[in-house]
Design a protein around this ligand. Sequence first.
Ligand code: AHR
Length: 502
Amino acid sequence: MARLAVDPAFVVGPLDRRLFGSFVEHMGRSVYTGIYEPDHPAADEDGFRTDVLDLVRELGVTAVRYPGGNFVSNYNWEDGVGPKDQRPRRLDLAWRAIESNQVGTDEFVDWAGKAGVEPIWAVNLGTRGITEAVELLQYTNLPAGTELSDRRVANGHEKPHDIRIWCLGNELDGPWQIGHKTAEEYARLAEETANAMRRVDPDLELVVCGSSNASMPTFGEWERVVLERTYDLVDHISLHAYYEPAGDDRASFLAAAEGMDRFIGSVVATADHVKALKRSDKELTLSFDEWNVWYQDRFPGELGLKIREATGLIEDVYDVDDAVVVGSLLITLLRHADRVKIACQAQLVNVIAPILTEPGGRAWRQTIFHPFALTARHAGNRVLRTEVAGPQVDTQAFGTVSALWTTATANDETGEVVVFAVNRSETETIGLEVPLHSFGELELTEHLALYDDDRAAVNTADDPDRVVPRELDGTTVTHGICTATLPPASWHMIRLSPGGTR
Ligand code: AHR
């Protein structure tokens, strides 16, 4: 039996809805035959797949990072604007692929408008630098009347795109990155680029690159060096992390959220260390702008790729455990809502994505679509602290950890309280009690769970709803205590409201 303590007075922080962000990179079939396929029967007048747009809206994505990823570090934004038939075909060095440039800046802004998401833009600080970043910013954000903004107008976009969030490069600590840099080299370039971009618009939100993951040899020191130079100039520091099982160690994989939790804690500590060094009043926040489950051991590496165009790349098919882990990673992001203000699941379509498509054919929801969509739809505006007393699990990677991983949110408008929980035990069904007295009268609205006797089950084009969340019977609220039974390896959303429906 486990007992979860939650109280409206114990608040983590307000929920920034940009936590439900995603990522579209020019890579594999993310753009071409993913979001864009002019010959598809469901394509709209601009060539965007409306079946995919519908799924993106259903997923509840709020912001989308673009155009990369590793791709951006060798991208010329100028190639992707102007008449489509005059755009160059180029070799993208990041993924050794031919880029047709049929989708570029203006098209992606149009797509984002249709999808109802805020674009998050990354600039190339790998092969290019200050000039190109500032010119792109002028192209996108200045009103007509300068050479660059007039080019946008000539390309059919009179109104400025007014892109607010900008990433100062991508993963420049990684030796795989085109234009990889030392911390000192990157810090100087990021500082100068931020300085110049703020001259165009002082109110931009700028994201400086943190480490590509917590196992990088430079992790920690990279953040310190970069922030000592840029602390006053930027708003957020980025984190990236991908999770996969190590061999058959499923216990550690199910507890992957511990890794994310500790990673966030370390970056917060480093940012606050620099804050102290600078005697600063400013609190830096975090942009976890790449996260997901990714079976990287199946990726042959860049040099193992043949040069080709718009061909499937890292199209991982996700099973039940992957969805449970994705649900638990979302819980971690919510638990850190006081410091994590932006997060982007990587990626959105086809490339390690919740949505898969066939060229010319169907689009469907992977297992990982569901915890994301339900969390995005139902998480309230305030995240509440939760404490669990209950069973524990032993893991090789993280030691002994709580079997239950939880968070809760409150919605100040509706009074709804939502408990999100993952049972990370592979063997134990856990009885859960949540005393709700401090919220007044609450009733159960629904308890949806994602789990399956076959933890390796997946969704396919032919069987797209093989794995979907289902109502869990037996959950009750009696005398102000919610009681539920959580099967092994399962994700849960328990919605409670004043005057529920059953
Ligand atoms: O999302 C796939 C790749 O992972 C991105 O291009 C890169 O930033 C990261 O290493």
